[in-house]
Design a protein around this ligand. Structure first.
Ligand code: HDE
Length: 727
């Protein structure tokens, strides 16, 4: 059991206390029963026998063979041999945190879900973010969709909202999911490349699947390389139902809106971060929570009346389509706050088991054929991954609401069921556990009428594969469009087979001719509108014509909500700022800037050619946080170059420091320089609003504009100039 004091180890050294000083919730408290911190204990075997020698195995003589009877050795090695479980088939790489959710006002008109009624109620949550394609040890900065899975431990049982940071998906029907995943995973013969879609099998599949085109636009955009998990939107993707106490249902799309806005890095940064700090997102989440800068999102809903189901050009059941926010506004109904890191990665983050089929009364499914397939997959995969049917008893997966049923036994069963009747109806157990009526919180599936032939087909409107891809493209700002073009040139440029590249560029003509021309230019491909069959995902006896894309109508107006240019840009909170310095730095300038940045919620770090204390220009000292050798400006959002002629001269001679500044410039970050620090700035900065220059005595005057520039995230207007910078 945990205790929260700093403790003494048996050898007398002080050790860090466990994390139970941190925010608690009903679920976090429930986990206490399973926490073990080893404090003030003696080493034992798994059978609790105290171990006297953990340094030497039992041998026949000091130089003799080890003896089979050494049960201590055998137990330790056997356990070690079985420490790994299969990683997730997809979404293997992830990081998670505990938190709470509360609703702003009672939502009884829309849903009977208890956790959406009382604004005073804080529902515990566990949230896991992930990439999809890479394995457990891959880089956080892969170009990929991010998983955004939320487990709500509600008083009525667990509700899992297992979504992504992109509102649509590659495919429309679950039956194509294994094909998609086999295509994007590393190639089967050499297992190359890791965590990357830039290879032949992925684009071969995509170029034959026009339904993926909308998703492709999103994944080639900067949404696929987030600045932070904390700065991503989340989406339930499928259309779900909300059902109220009267049994009235409405369609709903779920959204998570990050309070800090939606921000991304550049592809060049992503590539470099993957080398400098492949744990960049995981670390960022961890550090923000440890620092008390709790990540927050608002839960949004788009609600659609049942009578309006067929009033759109697209089908609400089609997961490759979104409902434009300008058409159906997102109502913000509650807030999610992540306030506590897990204590043990394996026990919590690795063993948590999400499932879109974990519902509570008041929320229900639709017939989205991708969702329907998922409802089978998630339990099925846990049987292999977590080893049997009792994974719901693993502490992180246990609901806070009580569990009573007649499920019994199986591998690793924890519960000791004492009732003799494990069946229903029974008389010897008094009929217990009894079913719950609707008014007692019993889950009642929404009665949806079905009168249809059993067929392997899709709805008519599913075949408009291009309108929303075009809508996304036309809604992007110019820098965002440039980045999509570069991403496609990178991905398709990596292909070994020219015919796949050509087919893909041809497909892009159907999204936008200008886009295809621009992408083609960088690839030496002349875009050709496809004249044959576009969609090769056709049943053996199906009429291929019936499966070809049919555009409903070309979008005429952009959807501003789809562009990150319109996101929140009003805060520098949690942004990391590098202060580049060497011996002779103006220590007063460093101190003032650090203080002002910190009071704006930013995180300044002093970076220098070496660790230790720097000699200040006026006899003071400056503590170095990190050495230049261990970081790069790609790990920061902004750079400050303080004055002090000796410091500036040293840094000018240091190639690492010069590269640091050049990269920050190239990546359009906010830069500030005072006094001699300005000598480190690259040329061509005069009209750049995100480059602030002044005297060392003017730091306090300069800082507010610097902070504003950091809040604006990047000055994309500098990008063309940045491309000429060799960094
Ligand atoms: Fe998943 N997905 N998925 N998925 N998915 C898994 O479940 C699957 C899909 C999503 O942090 C697996 O426990 C099928 C869409 C997230 O633990 C597996 C289909 C969306 C996570 C699985 C989809 C998602 C998963 C692998 C098509 C966004 C990580 C391990 C029918 C709405 C959850 C596991 C975590 C994980 C199957 C499509 C989101 C194999 C069959 C669409 C966030 O069961």
């Amino acid at each position: 059991m945990a205790n929260d004091k700093r403790r003494k180890k048996s050898n007398g050294t002080r050790v860090e206390g466990p994390v139970s000083r941190k925010p608690a919730s009903e679920k976090v408290d429930a986990l206490d029963a399973f926490r073990e911190d080893g404090a003030e204990t003696r080493l034992t075997t798994d059978q609790a026998v105290r171990i006297n020698d953990d340094q030497n195995s039992l041998k026949a003589g000091p130089r003799g063979p080890s003896l089979l009877e050494d049960f201590i050795l055998r137990e330790k090695i056997t356990h070690f041999d079985h420490e790994r479980i299969p990683e997730r088939a997809v979404h293997a790489r992830g990081a998670a945190a505990h938190g709470v959710f509360h609703v702003y006002k009672p939502m009884g008109r829309l849903t009977r879900a208890a956790f959406l009624q009382d604004p005073a109620k804080k529902t515990p949550v566990f949230v896991r973010f992930s990439t999809v394609a890479g394995s457990r040890g891959s880089s956080d900065l892969a170009r990929d969709v991010r998983g955004f899975a939320v487990k709500f431990y509600t008083d009525e049982g667990n509700f899992d909202l297992v979504g992504n940071n992109i509102p649509v998906f590659f495919i429309q029907d679950a039956v194509k999911f294994p094909d998609l995943v086999h295509a994007v995973k590393p190639e089967p013969h050499n297992e190359i490349p890791q965590a990357a879609s830039a290879h032949d099998t992925f684009w071969d599949f995509i170029s034959l699947m026009p339904e993926s085109m909308h998703m492709i636009m999103w994944v080639m955009s900067d949404r696929a390389i987030p600045r932070s998990f904390r700065m991503m939107e989340g989406f339930g993707v499928h259309t779900f139902r909300l059902v109220n106490e009267r049994g009235e249902a409405r369609f709903v799309k779920f959204h998570w809106k990050p309070v800090l806005g939606v921000h991304s890095v550049l592809w060049d940064e992503a590539l470099k971060i993957s080398g400098k700090d492949p744990d960049f997102h995981r670390r960022d989440l961890w550090e923000a929570i440890e620092a008390g800068a709790f990540p927050e999102w608002e839960l949004g809903v788009q609600v659609i009346e049942e009578k309006d189901e067929n009033s759109f050009d697209f089908d609400l059941l089609d997961p490759t389509k979104l409902v434009p926010e300008e058409m159906v506004p997102v109502q913000r109904i509650g807030r999610l706050t992540l306030n506590r890191n897990p204590d043990n990665f394996f026990a919590e983050t690795e063993q948590v088991a999400f499932h879109p089929g974990h519902l509570v009364p008041g929320i229900d499914f639709t017939n989205d054929p991708l969702l329907q397939g998922r409802l089978f997959s998630y339990t099925d995969t846990q049987l292999t991954r977590l080893g049997g049917p009792n994974f719901h008893e693993i502490p992180i997966n246990r609901p806070v609401a009580p569990v009573h049923n007649n499920q019994r036994d199986g591998l690793m069963r924890q519960t000791i069921n004492v009732a003799r009747a494990a069946y229903h109806p029974n008389s010897i157990g008094g009929g217990c556990p009894v079913q719950a009526g609707r008014r007692e919180g019993g889950f009642v599936s929404h009665p949806v009428g079905i009168n249809a032939p059993k067929v392997r087909q899709r709805g008519e409107k599913f075949f408009d594969h291009f309108s929303q891809a075009t809508l996304f493209w036309m809604s992007q700002s110019d820098p965002e469009k440039d980045h999509i073009v570069s991403a496609l040139q990178f991905e398709l440029g990596k292909l070994e087979r020219p015919e796949i590249r050509e087919r893909m560029v041809g497909m892009l003509t159907l999204v936008d001719e200008g886009l295809a021309t621009r992408v083609g230019e960088g690839l030496g491909v002349k875009p050709q509108r496809p004249d044959g069959l576009l969609n090769l995902s056709v049943p053996a006896d199906g009429d291929p014509k019936a499966y070809q894309p049919r555009r409903a109508k070309a979008p005429t107006r952009p959807s501003p909500a789809l562009s990150m240019a319109n996101t929140v840009k009003d805060t520098a909170k949690t942004r990391k700022v590098a202060i580049l310095a060497a011996d002779g730095v103006d220590e007063a300038a460093v101190a003032t800037m650090s203080r002002l940045l910190t009071s704006a919620g930013a995180v300044p770090k002093v970076i220098a050619p070496r660790l230790g204390l720097l000699r200040g220009a006026h006899g003071g000292a400056v503590k170095v946080d990190m050495s230049l050798a261990t970081v790069g400006s790609v790990l920061f959002d902004a750079v400050y170059l303080p004055g002090g002629p000796q410091s500036a001269a040293t840094l000018e001679e240091d190639a690492g420091a010069v590269l640091f500044v050049r990269e920050a410039f190239k990546h359009c970050k906010a830069l500030a320089a005072t006094g001699a620090g300005a000598e480190l700035l690259p040329e061509g900065r005069s009209a750049d609003q995100a480059i602030l220059v002044g005297e060392d005595t003017q730091v306090a005057k300069l800082a507010p504009d610097f902070i504003l520039a950091i809040a604006r995230h990047r000055n994309w207007g500098r990008e063309a100039a940045g491309r000429r910078v060799p960094a």
